[in-house]
Ligand binder design. Structure first.
Ligand SMILES: Cc1cc2nc3c(=O)[nH]c(=O)nc-3n(C[C@H](O)[C@H](O)[C@H](O)COP(=O)(O)OP(=O)(O)OC[C@H]3O[C@@H](n4cnc5c(N)ncnc54)[C@H](O)[C@@H]3O)c2cc1C
Length: 453
């Protein structure tokens, strides 16, 4: 009997990893990517240069045996290094967890992408085709159509221009603007789709290495400059540099739209990030040349069509990046889909349905958490109340091990499903606030009692 064949669209972070999982399970896998091979120096433009990988993502890499390989150049970040506003303000370190060993890891997108693709290619039943842009998918026949990139077409005169690939199933791992999802939207009558953009965009900037490749700020931390309605963050890279990302309104009196000239940029950064400016010699060029990206949340349903088509990663559930979980969640999808295919080896539609039902509410919960964390990062991290709450969280976590887990810990350092983590976090907060109010009432009552005696 011929082997089941999967056609995968998109060899980004999740596409490469999923191809490895499916390859290991013995399926035939053809993976198509619109860009050139990242190993040929193709820079993954338009998305972050580095990103934070944590427990869920690492678990998915461990399960396929490539965690050490992927993490060899990652830089552990043990907490947030907060740079408050105002010249000379004291920089404050806020650990992520009561356990100093718990950290998130800054990893280069290109290096991670290469690692997962190479892991997939170790299976002889996995083939990868770069420079193939999917235009649409015929859902009923599980056939994807492609336009080869201009480069590919130019080198091969025999290239017919449009290629098609037929499988037993097509999986769309083609990111937030998925062509596979668009074909589902056109074909499935009751397909639900919602996309919402933040009023903020992002721009990447650089802090180059110091002399001898030294890091010019604390290396093992995620740096944040919270400024209420906007913020800048910086993640370390192995070469001693930091990649900074400015999250700022597109429009408004002070915004990307109104900050055009070099003088505007110099003034804005001088006012808001005075300690960073001396570390950013290429600020003006970076600001001028680097694109301003948008931040989208995508929710859709269903994520599958019969036993023919399925969505995974950002194609199914793009989230804004403020919990550092988009890729972690996409990697977790790979683990869950693999488990479902194992559970229903003869019934792919049931496998897809179970995968969808296990992941959908969690993806929705993550979308909400990610937006909530934007407000926390840009608005609250600099406040004393927020830091006191974090300390209380850590005290309770240490005093009640296994019973009290801060929300951030559950999302980042456990594999508790996102929806469950969000629900438990809300309940814990209610109990803690009720206990604090009760304590205040008791103390005030006792004071009144003793004063009145
Ligand atoms: C600024 C920023 C910072 C982020 N930081 C973090 C972080 O710290 N931690 C974290 O976990 N997540 C982070 N994320 C989210 C993370 O980048 C995504 O969740 C992750 O890349 C999703 O992986 P994916 O494989 O589903 O999609 P992608 O990585 O987007 O890959 C999709 C692939 O499909 C290809 N493709 C697209 N269309 C087609 C087509 N028509 N035909 C063929 N190929 C196609 C693309 O070229 C790409 O290679 C961040 C995102 C942004 C924007």
């Amino acid at each position: 009997m011929p082997r089941t064949k999967f056609v995968l669209i998109g060899s980004g972070l999740a596409g490469g990893l999923l191809a490895a999982y499916l390859g290991r399970r013995g399926y035939d896998v053809d993976l198509y990517e619109r860009r050139a091979d990242p190993r040929e120096g193709n820079i993954v433009g338009g998305r972050s240069i580095n990103l934070a990988i944590s427990t869920r993502g690492i678990h998915a890499l461990e399960e396929i045996g490539i965690a050490d390989e992927a993490l060899q150049h990652a830089i552990p970040m043990r907490g947030r290094m907060i740079h408050p506003a105002g010249a000379g303000a004291r920089i404050i370190f806020s650990p992520y967890d009561v356990d100093p060993k718990k950290c998130i890891n800054s990893i280069g997108r290109a290096a991670l992408n290469t690692t997962v693709i190479e892991a997939a290619q170790r299976y002889s039943n996995v083939r990868v085709y770069f420079n193939h842009k999917c235009t649409d998918v015929d859902l009923d026949s599980a056939t994807a159509h492609f336009v080869p990139s201009a480069v590919e077409a130019a080198v091969s005169a025999a290239n017919p221009g449009v290629i098609e690939a037929r499988g037993d199933a097509v999986i769309g791992v083609d990111g937030a603007f998925s062509a596979v999802r668009q074909s589902m939207q056109l074909k499935i009558g009751k397909f639900q789709y919602d996309e919402s953009y933040l009023a903020h965009g992002y721009k990447e900037l650089t802090i180059p290495p110091g002399p001898g490749g030294a890091w010019r700020m604390e290396k093992n931390a995620l740096h944040i400059w919270p400024r209420k309605s906007f913020m800048m963050i910086a993640l370390p890279n192995p070469d001693g540099s930091f990649t900074c990302t400015l999250f700022w309104q597109f429009e408004g009196p002070r915004s990307f739209a109104t900050t055009q000239s070099d003088d505007d940029v110099r003034r804005f950064f001088g006012e808001e990030f005075p300690d960073a400016v001396p570390l950013m010699p290429t600020l003006l060029e970076d600001f001028r040349q680097n694109p301003t990206g948008s931040l989208v949340t995508i929710r859709c349903s269903p994520w599958f069509y019969r036993d023919k088509v399925c969505l995974l990663g950002d194609a199914a559930h793009a989230v804004v990046p403020f919990y550092g979980q988009g890729m972690n969640a996409a990697f977790e999808d790979c683990v869950v889909l693999d488990e479902c295919l194992e559970k229903f080896p003869e019934n792919r539609e049931r496998a897809f349905a179970e995968y969808f039902s296990r992941r959908k509410e969690n993806a929705d919960a993550l979308a909400d958490l990610a937006i909530g964390n934007f407000i926390e990062m840009r608005d609250k991290t600099a406040s004393k109340t927020f830091r006191a709450k974090k300390k209380l969280d850590h005290l309770l976590e240490a005093a009640l091990p296994g019973i009290y887990l801060p929300l951030y810990t559950m999302v980042t350092f456990t594999r508790i499903p996102y929806a469950q983590a969000a629900q438990r976090g809300r309940l814990q907060d209610r109990i803690v606030y009720a206990a604090l109010i009760a304590a205040v009432i008791i103390i005030v009552s006792l004071l009144i009692y003793f004063i009145a005696r």
